[in-house]
Ligand binder design. Structure first.
Ligand SMILES: Cc1cc2nc3c(=O)[nH]c(=O)nc-3n(C[C@H](O)[C@H](O)[C@H](O)COP(=O)(O)OP(=O)(O)OC[C@H]3O[C@@H](n4cnc5c(N)ncnc54)[C@H](O)[C@@H]3O)c2cc1C
Ligand SMILES: NC(=O)c1ccc[n+]([C@@H]2O[C@H](COP(=O)([O-])OP(=O)(O)OC[C@H]3O[C@@H](n4cnc5c(N)ncnc54)[C@H](O)[C@@H]3O)[C@@H](O)[C@H]2O)c1
Length: 469
């Protein structure tokens, strides 16, 4: 079959792909966008948005329980029905992407439902069609949940994030395998709605990618919510007897009505036909350069690049790809000679820079992190200085009786922050100041000379700066 000539083909219309495809269609390119499931991807349907609606609901319950500490008494009767209903009505249209498809088509894009696959240089095959992309192909195929090879697990009806987000009736008890961001956010939600939750984590601490102090604060908060946290547990078998799950690790057994497996996610490169363009498919992620180029004529954005599985990484990368592709189109239209990669000609296009990558885990308290942790900085051979204060040492933290802390990681030789953590009721918002400081390499002397509003949570940063040493 003769391939149909178009300007651009985008495979996977999650957060990253939808942004690239929509922006470039709006700019006038002929863009084919291919999505096999729902346009918008994981974030709006089974990720960020519905999970944050669940968290918002769970946190109102927790706040109501705090009335006893400050303002008398309150009776709280949790009800999951409004949460499930809001997820259907406001977040996911009951997992229907018609609005998103129309948005893309109204931007000028051509939408195809199906699984896209590379079919040689510049070509993509989908269903029974083949497209030849004049300017490029963007792979934005995200990740899928990864289930560890534990005996028996695959034969059980365990949940991934999909079933956990779609749940209408909560189980009485829940085992959560994996103490990372997804596991911990959902653990707290379900615990606050009365589910007996047990977390089983293989490493010696939960939230292991963040500072050890973050793990401690979150573990204490979850225990206060009644969660049973077990770390350093290597599960060796899972069974389901039709009613209950049993997870075994050595001689210990954990049982619950439901099992949620949230042990990380994997890209699925083997399905993309990468061999037809000379790219290895047996890699964990698609390696890209700082303009998100995989190889000549192919770009990648989002989780599939392994640069950080966050929506803000996918949209940040999408912006660079859009700029790079538009630059390339302009040059080719102007007849400018491109070298093999186009690299020598495109100095105006921004380059991806993850030095100040922010992360927020939306537990209560929230855990914000930016840049390097203390141990990452030490591993890089930086002359590290650390400053740290509990949030309760600030007036606002004390007034709120808030758990949390500010931790700063500085490069003593350069006199700048290279990382920071802010944990507290608004830890993700307080993080913004630290993100600016790391991103712009604001000198420590400047940070010390600033005025910090009283009594804010973020004022604790000035105390942590005094603690640097
Ligand atoms: C429970 C949960 C909570 C999260 N919370 C947050 C949060 O609070 N903040 C945050 O920043 N991030 C959060 N994330 C992460 C965020 O959802 C991802 O980083 C983001 O969705 C990545 O976007 P993406 O476009 O790379 O991939 P995805 O959103 O995974 O989209 C990829 C799309 O490609 C499609 N696809 C795959 N292969 C093909 C193919 N061959 N052909 C056609 N289509 C294909 C898939 O169907 C999918 O729709 C959360 C994730 C989860 C699971
Ligand atoms: N607030 C946010 O921004 C947010 C929220 C949720 C998810 N996310 C993104 O989604 C990504 C995936 O989240 P995730 O929580 O699935 O992955 P993760 O990699 O963050 O955590 C997985 C956890 O499971 C543990 N684990 C792995 N195998 C295990 C086993 N056999 N037994 C017990 N524990 C095991 C790991 O040690 C790790 O602690 C995150 O990395 C994050 O980038 C972001």
């Amino acid at each position: 079959m003769e391939p149909e000539l178009v300007d651009l083909v985008v495979v996977g219309l999650g957060v990253g792909g939808e942004e690239v495809a929509g922006q470039l269609a709006k700019a006038g390119l002929s863009v084919v966008g291919i999505e096999r499931d729902l346009v918008g991807g994981e974030c709006p349907y089974w990720g960020c948005v519905p999970s944050k609606m669940m968290i918002r609901a769970a946190n109102t319950l927790a706040e109501a329980h705090r009335v006893h500490q400050f303002a008398g008494s309150a009776r709280v009767s949790p009800d999951w029905a409004p949460v499930a209903e809001r997820i259907r009505a406001e977040a996911t249209d009951t997992w229907d992407d018609q609005v998103a498809v129309e948005r893309f088509v109204n931007q000028g894009g051509r939408f195809i439902r199906g699984s896209g696959r590379l079919d040689g240089p510049g070509r993509v095959r989908v269903n029974d069609q083949v497209f030849q992309a004049r300017h490029g192909i963007v792979l934005s195929t995200g990740t899928r949940p990864f289930a560890p090879p534990i005996d028996g697990l695959a034969e059980t009806p365990y949940w991934t994030n999909h079933q956990a987000i779609e749940v209408e009736r909560l189980p009485e008890s829940l085992l959560v395998l994996g103490g990372g961001a997804i596991g911990l956010e959902l653990t707290q939600v379900f615990a606050r709605f009365g589910v007996r939750v047990t977390v089983v984590e293989a490493l010696d601490r939960i939230l292991a990618t963040e500072e050890p102090e973050s793990s401690e604060v979150v573990a204490a908060a979850l225990r206060a919510d009644g969660v049973d946290i077990n770390t350093g547990v290597i599960a060796d078998r899972v069974d389901h007897d039709g009613q209950q799950f049993t997870l075994r690790a050595n001689d210990v057994r954990y049982t619950a009505d439901q099992l949620l497996v949230v042990t990380g996610r994997r890209a699925h490169l083997d399905e993309l036909g990468l061999d037809t363009v000379g790219v290895r498919a047996d890699q964990r992620f698609l390696p890209v350069d700082d303009r998100l180029r995989v190889t000549e004529g192919i770009w990648a954005v989002g989780d599939v690049t392994g640069a950080g599985a966050f929506t803000h990484v996918a949209t940040y990368q999408a912006g660079i790809v859009v700029a790079d592709l538009l630059d390339r189109v302009r040059r080719s239209e102007a007849g400018a000679a491109l070298d093999g990669t186009g690299a020598a000609l495109d100095d105006t296009v921004p380059r991806a820079d993850y030095r100040a990558l922010p992360r927020v885990t939306f537990t209560d308290p929230e855990v914000g992190g930016v840049g390097l942790t203390e141990s990452q900085a030490r591993q890089q051979g930086i002359n590290v200085q650390v400053g740290s204060v509990p949030l309760g040492s600030s007036a606002r933290g004390w007034i709120h009786r808030a758990d949390g802390l500010i931790k700063l990681v500085a490069d003593a030789d350069r006199g700048v922050l290279v990382g920071g953590t802010s944990i507290g009721p608004a830890g993700g918002e307080v993080l913004s100041g630290l993100a600016v400081a790391v991103h712009a390499a604001v000198p420590l002397a400047e940070l010390r000379d600033m005025i910090y509003a009283y009594p804010t949570f973020y004022r604790a940063i000035s105390d942590a700066l005094r603690d640097l040493g």
